[in-house]
Design a protein around this ligand. Structure first.
Ligand SMILES: Cc1cc2nc3c(=O)[nH]c(=O)nc-3n(C[C@H](O)[C@H](O)[C@H](O)COP(=O)(O)OP(=O)(O)OC[C@H]3O[C@@H](n4cnc5c(N)ncnc54)[C@H](O)[C@@H]3O)c2cc1C
Length: 290
């Protein structure tokens, strides 16, 4: 059986890429770290691959006041080295630079990560805790959607055939702290078995004005644990509050049993790592947050 090789196009502008991508059976190709494998094993059979790596406007990082715009073509390495990212969301840059191995860090992109939508990926919980949104474009329109809800399941996102992810938008909050914890029972560069991102924002008088907690790898998508803001309260949360949030997070998680552990073990690991992340954002732990 002969299966035709996909036609390869490498446009140099977003406009051309959107036009090429709108064709039925076209697929965007960014870093290729996920897609190359899917094409090789014929799990997807695109007629055309639209390579996005020559489009300068997708590789830009721009900051305008409190708004940080990250081009979808930015590699994890770019995110890890950019000064604006270090100022607005230092935790995001630090985590991006440590994913998997240097080859992945140097080629995998933000847009590819969002659209591949493997629930074990590292950046989604952080983007959820940051309240980030995604700018999506088709040849005729653009729309901004929250990262929360963008992924519907593994390789299933809120994106039409003729749409591309253009950028991710993160808004700076001056008194926001973020902590990320990832647990891997075997090699530290594995995909996480449990990923936890905790975000905390304070008002000028140091009362807590917002709190978010996102989990990765323990459900069909990364997700925000509901009602964390209410559980945390506005004044200094004590050990009892941390415990209540850890329990709520474990109860909200839906891990699957595999060689890394049973459902009960993974839920216990959710609680352990939520406690750690919360202690860090609350300043109870000297290793700190950013
Ligand atoms: C061995 C290995 C280990 C890894 N470990 C981790 C890990 O621990 N943590 C982690 O977070 N990641 C990890 N990754 C990376 C992750 O799994 C994905 O491979 C990566 O994020 C995909 O990015 P990419 O740019 O290579 O996307 P591609 O492979 O090019 O594309 C992925 C999907 O996104 C679509 N796409 C790409 N860009 C756009 C766009 N702008 N608009 C619309 N659609 C688009 C493609 O059509 C395709 O469907 C690992 C990868 C490998 C190979």
């Amino acid at each position: 059986l002969h299966v035709a090789e996909p036609h390869f196009v490498a446009p140099s502008s977003l406009k051309e890429a959107l036009e090429a991508n709108a064709a039925l059976d076209a697929l965007a190709l960014a870093g290729g770290t996920a897609l190359a494998h899917l094409v090789r094993s014929r799990l997807v059979e695109p007629a055309t691959l639209v390579f996005l790596g020559r489009i300068a406007e997708l590789q830009r990082i721009e900051r305008s006041g409190p708004v940080l715009r990250l081009g979808s073509g930015c590699t994890f390495r770019q995110l890890s080295r950019d000064l604006a990212v270090q100022e607005v969301a230092p935790c995001l840059g630090r985590v991006a630079g440590q994913i998997a191995n240097p080859r992945i860090v140097s080629v995998a992109t933000l847009g590819g990560a969002l659209v591949h939508a493997d629930p074990r990926q590292d950046l989604q919980p952080l983007l959820l805790a940051l309240g980030a949104s995604v700018l999506v474009a088709s040849p005729s329109a653009t729309r901004e959607v929250p990262v929360a809800g963008f992924a519907r399941g593994l390789m299933d996102v809120d994106l039409a055939q003729d749409e591309l992810v253009v950028e991710v938008i993160v808004r700076q909050r001056r008194r926001r702290q973020l902590a990320y914890e990832r647990f891997t029972p075997e090699a530290s560069d594995d995909f996480p078995t449990v990923a936890v991102a905790a975000g905390l924002e304070r008002s000028e008088d140091a009362t807590i004005s917002d709190a978010t907690l996102a989990l990765g790898a323990v459900g069909p998508t990364a997700f925000l644990v509901p009602a964390v803001r209410e559980l945390i309260g506005t004044i200094a949360p004590d050990q009892g509050v941390i415990e209540a949030v850890a329990e709520a997070a474990a109860a909200a998680s839906r891990p699957v049993a595999d060689r890394h552990g049973s459902v009960a073990y993974k839920q216990e690991m959710v609680a352990v790592h939520v406690r750690r992340a919360l202690r860090r954002v609350l300043g109870h732990d000297a290793s700190g947050a950013a």
